[in-house]
Design a binder for this molecule. Structure first.
Ligand SMILES: *[C@@H]1O[C@H](CO)[C@@H](O)[C@H](O)[C@H]1NC(C)=O
Ligand SMILES: *[C@@H]1O[C@H](CO)[C@@H](O)[C@H](O)[C@H]1NC(C)=O
Length: 992
């Protein structure tokens, strides 16, 4: 290779590609694991694991952290004190201020800082300009609400050794803070749920000066392990291993660590909980594995350190592109969770053990507890504790703190067609034409990096994209959009105004010396915008104005890639940790936030493209953190065209969903490699259920637009695309719920059925929103059946045939699933909406009438569901310009009714009228009605019925109904045609 330092692997692949004579894909080895650190290669992780080993091995271990009782005070829902850390036998102590806040929502928050660093009473090494405090701004980027203190929280008991606070809804929660050693026991209804420092692994590495010893000058390129050996011989008398306290090297890069060791770590026990979920993104099962070895377990902790991981390996705790340090524990009928607010490199060990003396043994069946050990490199110790008790409580509590999914552009729920790269305007138009020719709906075509003039963002390749506006208009003529990629690395080259301004305005990330940081990415030598800087965000916004980014228009949206950030010649393919951001915070402190601040800068840029044009942005990101859900969608990065990657996508997306960032998808077809036709077809059938549904392919991969697949695949893929489009009203409704309270869009079994233990580890099937639709994509080669686990005693119908699925609660049922068949069931008891006319894009479906599907439950009594609709583009919904209907089927009264879901008195129109009048969109929606109602599982007594009565808006009329009796295996169903009621109005259909 050309460069002296190890290059990022995608870069290596790219160079390899350029030099390769043949365009055939060379199956590469999986991710070069040795490019990324294992715990033992990350000094602070190794130190904390060793600390844990030492503590757990010793029967006499006592945590050296004690609250000074006289330091404590409780006021207005907040307890403040000082923890004293004893650092050696002499009794010397370090002061660590602690705040325990009890919030109105019932969430508790524990924050620990270090007084010396807080006051700046430390010295930095290497003449560093870095800030001296522990990083205390994660909150500023992440937390958007829910922090009001619970003034009703009360000290219930207090003595010299501990203090108990009652808090939360009906004071059902309590926290017992033990002073010596410091520990907290969080209880609900009198039972322990979550314990802090139960195992004594709390460790806050305090500041200390480096005692310089005479040592030989360090040679360049020495690895950490070599240093370890060199320094072990001069170990401290107390036996603490300080070999990784100071400068640390990995893969040829040295981190100068000017503040020395400063990690924070804590053990968090989930008492009586066998399953833990969350902490995405990892390519592994939804129910997290143990990480301290043993059969079937991982050896390494789960790692959160956003990185450009080339061809990631599956079933691994290795870090990926994004990080959400939110974990949920679940057992029968109870969920609790923690959110570890820290943006530095983080590792999480998980172990499970049977408890012989489980305090819960009386009440709970499960005797297994899960213990976790959280380790971050720097920053505050800042943890939120949620006591549930339902999975929905957790996602709502977390959503209140970090924000919920932004209401998306409606088109973004359609199908996206991407590849690296559509090489010219002609290419784009050709794909567009062919999708139409084959009657395959799609909404968005994407341009990867090659559309630019030599990787200079905000420019177009002068030869291939001569008339981007013409291309944009062409797409717009069928309601379609264009997404172009814009990355955070700015090409360092003369005659490029963007980089010239970045430099002259001083808006880039700095190196450790405080001068502009230079590294390698797609364009070669590059600089990185520092989106932590408000001036940089403002400048970034100016670049997206239509008259600045020429060639873009109202239907152009943006994709932010490489924002971990990916730096090809940097340590672990990212930035040196001693780089400096705005305010002189080290990159170390903010690494996992970096991608979010960049995506956020783009999101705000799109909001201000044109004065007076306020539309919801669409920005896709690869890197993310807690809070990224507020500003766009994510995808799971560079996967492979392989069956196991298709399988892995489902637990990954489910994990995103329960972790507050449900607008997620995986590249359909697999990024690297060439999927065989069966795999590609199955992937479309699965992708139709990803909240974000995009086909994408590597530059090396053969063309694979869905129409190229040939028959019978083309027809089958078209059916999957149309299924997605017909269900768009229900997908959009699910997004509305995610927006309101953080509910996932596709839901795993433990979430919908928190009492059914057999479902807690199931992560290959899911429900869609509140529709009762249960999907189980086929993800294995040559498989023509699907085994679905049935979580309850309700009736389930086949979505396509209305067959009644012969099954029983807790049983697996085997469905026939030949290639053309998507295993999709309808649970009895739901009502959901569709739009059935096949069209080319979602925009062309806007004024189509609806079909309402009712699935009659087993007992025939009641089915319900809802539909949310707005203009899908503006923020008018915030002033009442939307329709939200609740549908109720009442078996006894034999009626199906539609009423305003929020009880607004005379429906949405009236509400809108109060808030500034009925807008254009609401007016046009007056013409949109219900075309068809299908009642699946209709009572036999309806046989012979020819018409039903429809009551709406003071009128009554008859509509034609056709009843099809049950046959062997298939449910009876009734279809009402030309219903004639408006979708926005109240109506009742009377089947009596
Ligand atoms: C997003 O950008 C806005 C506008 O510049 C800023 O107020 C906000 O703090 C930013 N948030 C994040 C997460 O970057
Ligand atoms: C859609 O529904 C409305 C209201 O019921 C009706 O007037 C209209 O004819 C329907 N349109 C179509 C194309 O069926």
């Amino acid at each position: 290779m050309l460069a002296p330092a190890p290059l990022g692997s995608r870069w290596t692949a790219y160079l390899g590609l350029l030099s390769a004579l043949s365009a055939a894909f060379v199956p590469a080895v999986a991710v070069k694991e040795h490019d990324f650190k294992k715990c033992h290669q990350s000094g602070f992780c190794a130190r904390n694991r060793a600390f844990a080993d030492h503590a757990l091995a010793s029967s006499s271990w006592q945590s050296p952290y004690n609250i000074a009782p006289e330091s404590g005070s409780f006021k207005d829902g907040q307890y403040q004190a000082v923890i004293l850390k004893t650092i050696n036998d002499s009794g010397e102590t370090v002061r660590l201020p602690i705040t325990v806040s009890f919030l109105e929502s019932g969430t508790a928050r524990v924050t620990v800082d270090e007084e010396k660093r807080q006051k700046g009473e430390i010295e930095l090494r290497h003449n560093s300009k870095a800030r001296k405090e522990r990083y205390n701004e994660a909150e500023k980027w992440v937390i958007v609400g829910g922090t009001a203190l619970d003034k009703a929280a009360k000290v219930d008991y207090e003595d010299k050794t501990q203090l108990t606070v009652k808090y939360g809804p009906a004071a059902k929660f309590e926290a017992t803070i033990k002073f010596s050693p410091f520990a907290i026991d969080f209880k609900r209804d009198g039972h322990s749920q979550i314990k802090f420092n139960d195992q004594g692994l709390l460790n806050i590495e305090h500041w200390r000066p480096k005692i310089e010893k005479a040592e030989p000058e360090k040679k360049e390129g020495e690895t950490a392990t070599e240093e370890t050996k060199a320094e072990e011989t001069k170990a401290e008398p107390q036996g603490e291993d300080e070999s990784t306290w100071w400068d640390e090297s990995f893969g040829g890069n040295t981190d100068t660590k000017p503040r020395g060791p400063e990690s924070v770590a804590l053990d968090i026990s989930f008492v009586g909980y066998e399953h833990v979920y969350g902490i995405p993104s990892h390519a592994g099962p939804l129910s997290l594995k143990q990480t301290r070895g043993g059969e079937g377990n991982y050896q390494e902790p789960y790692r959160l350190y956003n990185a450009d991981v080339f061809e990631y390996i599956l079933d691994s705790p290795m870090t990926l592109y994004g990080a959400i340090p939110f974990m949920q524990a679940h057992r029968k009928d109870s969920s609790v969770g923690v959110f570890w607010l820290n943006a530095a490199e983080t590792w999480i060990d998980i172990t499970k053990s049977k408890d012989s003396t489980n305090p819960l043994a009386l009440g709970a069946k499960s005797k297994t507890s899960t213990r976790t050990h959280w380790i971050s490199e720097s920053g505050l110790l800042d943890v939120f504790v949620f006591l549930g008790p339902t999975p929905k409580d957790l996602t709502a509590n977390y959503g209140e703190l970090t924000g919920t999914t932004a209401m998306p552009q409606e088109f973004s729920l359609g199908y996206h067609q991407c590849r690296w790269n559509y090489i010219s305007e002609e290419d784009v138009k050709d794909v567009d034409r062919k999708m139409d020719k084959f009657k395959m709906p799609y909404d968005v075509i994407w341009l990867d990096i090659e559309y630019t003039d030599e990787k200079k963002y905000f420019t177009w390749d002068k030869h291939s994209f001569t008339d981007p506006i013409g291309m944009g208009k062409h797409l717009d003529s069928h309601g379609r959009k264009l997404v172009t990629i814009i990355d955070p690395h700015i090409k360092n080259v003369g005659d490029y105004p963007v980089v010239a301004e970045l430099k002259s305005k001083d808006l880039a990330v700095k190196n450790k010396e405080g001068s502009i940081f230079e590294g390698w990415c797609w364009p070669g030598s590059s600089h990185w915008i520092d989106a932590f800087n408000p001036a940089a965000r403002e400048w970034w916004a100016s670049l997206f104005k239509y008259d600045s980014f020429k060639g873009t228009m109202e239907n152009t949206w943006i994709w932010n890639d490489m924002n971990e950030p990916s730096v090809f010649n940097g340590p672990e393919t990212t930035m040196p940790k001693d780089n400096l951001h705005f305010g002189n915070w080290e990159h170390r402190d903010v690494h996992n936030l970096n991608g979010m601040t960049f995506q956020n800068a783009t999101y705000h840029a799109l909001k201000s493209r044109k004065p007076g044009e306020l539309r919801r942005p669409f920005v896709l990101t690869r890197a993310f953190f807690a809070g990224s859900q507020r500003v766009g969608a994510m995808w799971t990065g560079d996967n492979q065209a392989a069956w196991d990657h298709l399988q892995a996508s489902i637990p990954m997306i489910l994990s995103q969903g329960i972790s507050g960032f449900p607008f997620s998808g995986a590249d359909v077809g697999g990024f690297f490699g060439n999927p065989e036709k069966e795999l590609l077809t199955r992937w479309y059938q699965a992708g139709a259920f990803y909240p974000f549904f995009r086909g994408h392919a590597h530059i090396d991969a053969r063309r694979r637009e869905p129409y190229l697949t040939g028959e019978p695949y083309n027809t089958i893929i078209t059916a999957a695309l149309r299924l997605r489009y017909s269900l768009l009203p229900s997908w959009y409704t699910a997004f509305r719920h995610a927006h309101l309270d953080g509910t996932p869009i596709i839901k795993p079994m433990f979430y919908t059925h928190p009492s059914e233990e057999a479902g807690f580890a199931i992560d290959d099937q899911f429900f869609i929103g509140n529709t009762g639709l249960l999907a189980k994509p086929v993800t294995e080669k040559d498989k023509d059946t699907a085994d679905i686990w049935i979580p309850d005693a309700e009736v389930y119908y086949d979505y396509f045939t209305y067959d009644v699925i012969p099954t029983a609660k807790g049983k697996h049922v085997t469905l026939s699933a030949p290639l053309h068949k998507i295993p999709l069931l309808m649970r009895g008891g739901h009502v959901f909406a569709r739009r059935d006319i096949p069209r080319r894009s979602s925009a062309l479906m806007r004024w189509d009438n609806y079909t309402i599907i009712v699935t009659v439950p087993k007992d025939g009594k009641r089915a319900e569901g809802d539909l949310y609709v707005d203009d899908g583009d503006s923020y008018d919904f915030q002033r009442g310009q939307y329709i939200h209907r609740r549908f109720v089927f009442d078996g006894a009264a034999k009626t199906l009714t539609s009423a305003d879901a929020e009880g607004r008195e005379s429906g949405a129109a009236a509400a809108a009228a109060q808030e500034g009048g009925e807008g254009e969109w609401m007016k046009k929606m007056r013409a949109v009605g219900v075309d068809k109602i299908v009642v699946v599982g209709a009572p036999a007594a309806w046989a012979g019925k020819k018409s039903v009565k429809v009551h709406s808006e003071g009128k009554t009329w008859e509509a034609h109904v056709e009843f099809t009796p049950a046959t062997q295996g298939r449910a009876a169903f009734a279809v009402v045609r030309k219903v004639g009621a408006r979708i926005g109005a109240d109506w009742t259909v009377d089947f009596a």
